[in-house]
Design a binder for this molecule. Structure first.
Ligand SMILES: [Zn+2]
Length: 549
C-alpha cells in the first residue's frame, strides 16, 4: 500500500501553523503529498487527533551501557516478559523480548512505535562500542534511529586542545563522527569523567585543570560547541553539564551556558542540573533562574529530563555520579572505564513521592516545562530510562495539560524541599495539544535538523500518529489508534501489525585528511584497537549531507 488518505482527522502540525484543523493527510511512496486519487486506500480519522510521529531527542536504547543495565536487572526481565507481537503474515521477524525500564531491542522498537514515536536517538555511545550500537539498532525495528558520540573526555581530543590545536580538534571530531557512524557530538561532565577514571572524586569546576593535559571543562565546551557549529552538523553539541545531581549545580549550569554565550548549543536533561541551595543549606529548586536564562537566549535549547515516580535505571557516561548514587541508595552498581574515551556507570533507582529529593526533582522538571517561554526550545524527555521509562511520556503529558490532576499529585508528594518553589506557589499553565505536538515532535525534529520529520508538509517522511480522543489524555497518548511509519501502517486499531526496518540517521562530515597521520601514531602507541579496525565502516543507509558554515 503505497498510497493512503488519512481522512477527516483533527490535525496538529505546528511547523505549518496547523492547530486543530479538520483536514486530510495524504501519503504516497513513504512521503506526505498534497493529494492522492479518491480511489486510494482511506483511513477514517474523523473525531481523532492527527500528529506527526513522535521524535525522541534524548534516550538510551542501544549500546554497551544499555546492555550492562539489561544484565544488571534480571528481575525486570522476569517481571515484564514481552511475547512476540502478532504481525501480518510475511512481516519481518516478530520477536519476543523483555520489558521493564530497559527493554530488549525488539521490544524497544515495538513499544516506541506503539506509543506513536517513530524516531529515537541514543544520547551516549562511546566510539569504541559504536559497532555494537549499530548492531543493536539494526535489531530495533520500526523507528528511525541514530546516536550521539561521546567526546567530552576523549584523550586524543584533550591532547589537541592542550596543544592549542583547536582546528585539528574540529577535524578530529569530524573524522570521529564518520568513523563511529554517529549523528551528533555528545559532551558528558566535560573533564570530570577523565578525573574520575584517575581516582579523583573532586568536583570539576569550569576552570579546573584536568589530568596531565590540564585542559578545562570550559575549553572542552568551547572547542566542541564550535566544532559542531563550524562543521554545520544538523544538531548542536549536546551537553550534559558538570555537577549532575549536586545541590547548587544550577550555578555550574548557568556558567556553562555563559561559557558558550551566543553559540548554538543543546543542554540536556536540564532538570538534573537545576538545583539551588537555600540559605539554611538545604537543596531547593533552581528551575526559575535556569529557565529565565534559556528564555532570554534563543541560541540555546534543552530537553527537560523529567523524573517520573516509579522504577528507573540510571545509566550514564558520568560514572562519578553513579558512584555517589550507589553510595547513597545502596543499590547495585556497575562501573566501566572505556579506554582513552569515557566511562560508564549504571545504578537501578526508584523515585518515590514520599522521598524529599525525588519530589523536588519531579517538581523542578515540571517547573522547567511550565515556565518555558518557547516550547520550540525546551522539549520533552525523561532521559529514558534515567528519569523514568519512555512509557511514562503519556502520564507526563497529562501532568502538563491538566492542572487539576497535577495539583492533586503535588498535594501527595513530600513537601520538605518545596518551600519557595514556583510549583508550590501555584503554576496555572496547561499545555495545549498544539504545544504537546511541538515538544514531542515538531521541536525535537527541528533541533535535530531533521527537515523531513516532525511535520506533515509535502515531502515530509510519512510518519503519522492518530490518537482517539479520551477524557484522560494519558490514555489517549499511551495507545494511539493508528501509527504510520514511512507510509506503512504499523499500528492498526491499537495493535502492532507491521514492523518494517527503520533508517539509520548519521553524518559523515568531510575532514582534513592530515588529521589521520598523528591519529594513527596515537592509536599504535596507546590503543588496544588498531586504527584500521576502529571505524564501523559503511552503514546500510547513506549519511545525511552536512555542509560547513
Ligand atoms: Zn541521557
Amino acid at each position: 500500500m503505497s498510497q493512503l488518505r488519512i481522512a477527516g482527522g483533527t490535525v496538529y502540525d505546528p511547523a505549518h501553523g496547523v492547530s486543530g484543523e479538520v483536514r486530510d493527510v495524504c501519503i504516497d511512496g513513504g512521503r506526505i503529498v498534497d493529494g492522492v486519487p479518491s480511489s486510494a486506500p482511506r483511513l477514517d480519522a474523523s473525531g481523532m487527533v492527527v500528529m506527526p510521529g513522535g521524535v525522541d531527542i534524548h534516550s538510551h536504547v542501544a549500546g554497551s551501557s544499555v546492555n550492562l543495565a539489561r544484565r544488571l536487572l534480571p528481575e525486570e526481565h522476569d517481571g515484564d516478559p514481552a511475547t512476540a507481537p502478532s504481525l501480518e503474515p510475511g512481516e519481518w521477524l516478530a520477536r519476543s523480548g523483555t520489558g521493564g525500564t530497559v527493554p530488549s531491542t525488539f521490544t524497544t522498537g515495538y513499544r516506541y512505535a506503539g506509543l506513536g514515536y517513530t524516531t529515537v536517538f541514543d544520547a551516549a555511545v562511546a566510539p569504541l562500542f559504536a559497532r555494537g550500537s549499530h548492531g543493536e539498532l539494526d535489531d530495533t525495528p520500526i523507528v528511525d534511529a541514530g546516536f550521539f558520540v561521546l567526546l567530552g573526555n576523549d584523550e586524543y581530543l584533550l591532547r589537541l586542545i592542550a596543544g592549542g590545536e583547536r582546528a585539528q580538534a574540529r577535524e578530529y571530531a569530524a573524522w570521529l563522527l564518520g568513523a563511529a557512524g554517529a549523528y551528533a557530538i555528545k559532551i558528558v561532565n566535560p573533564g570530570g569523567v577523565e578525573l574520575w577514571k584517575r581516582g579523583v572524586k573532586d568536583r570539576v569546576g569550569l576552570d579546573t585543570p584536568v589530568g596531565p593535559t590540564q585542559v578545562t571543562a570550559r575549553a572542552i565546551l568551547e572547542t566542541l560547541v564550535d566544532a559542531a557549529n563550524q562543521l554545520g552538523l544538523p544538531h548542536a553539541a549536546h551537553i550534559h553539564c558538570n555537577d549532575l545531581g549536586v545541590a547548587g549545580n544550577v550555578a555550574t549550569t548557568l556558567a556553562s551556558m555563559r561559557a558558550v554565550d551566543g553559540c548554538r548549543a543543546h543542554f540536556t536533561h536540564l532538570q538534573f542540573h537545576a538545583y539551588d541551595v537555600a540559605p539554611d543549606g538545604t537543596r531547593r529548586s533552581g528551575a526559575r533562574p535556569l529557565i529565565e536564562y534559556i528564555n532570554a537566549h534563543p541560541e540555546i535549547s534543552g530537553d527537560v529530563g523529567q523524573v517520573m515516580f516509579g522504577p528507573a535505571t540510571t545509566l550514564t557516561a558520568d560514572a562519578a555520579v553513579e558512584y555517589l548514587l550507589h553510595k547513597s541508595s545502596g543499590r547495585r552498581w556497575v562501573n566501566v572505564d572505556v579506554e582513552l574515551e569515557t566511562g560508564c556507570g549504571v545504578v537501578p533507582y526508584t523515585y518515590k513521592e514520599k522521598h524529599a529529593v525525588s519530589a523536588l526533582q519531579w517538581v523542578v522538571g515540571l517547573e522547567l516545562f511550565l515556565l518555558s517561554a518557547d516550547p520550540w526550545r525546551v522539549v520533552l524527555s525523561t532521559d529514558h530510562p534515567n528519569g523514568g521509562s519512555f512509557l511514562a511520556y503519556p502520564e507526563l503529558i497529562r501532568l502538563l495539560m491538566d492542572r487539576t490532576y497535577r495539583d492533586s499529585c503535588l498535594a501527595r508528594v513530600n513537601q520538605a524541599l518545596l518551600a519557595g518553589s514556583a510549583m508550590a506557589d501555584g503554576l496555572a499553565r496547561e499545555y495545549t495539544l498544539d504545544e504537546i505536538a511541538v515538544i514531542t515532535r515538531a521541536a525535537p525534529a527541528r533541533l535535530l535538523g531533521l527537515q523531513h520529520k516532525g511535520h506533515l508538509g509535502p515531502g515530509a517522511d510519512a510518519d503519522v500518529t492518530v490518537y482517539a480522543r479520551d477524557a484522560d489524555v494519558s490514555k489517549m497518548f499511551a495507545t494511539p489508534r493508528y501509527v504510520v511509519k514511512a507510509g506503512t501502517l504499523v499500528v492498526e486499531e491499537g495493535q502492532l501489525r507491521r514492523a518494517p526496518r527503520g533508517q539509520r540517521l548519521h553524518v559523515r562530515p568531510d575532514y582534513d585528511a592530515a588529521v589521520e597521520t598523528p591519529l594513527r601514531a596515537f592509536f599504535d602507541r596507546h590503543s588496544t584497537v588498531s586504527f584500521r579496525n576502529y571505524p564501523v565502516g559503511d552503514l546500510r543507509d547513506a549519511p545525511m549531507l552536512v555542509g560547513r558554515t
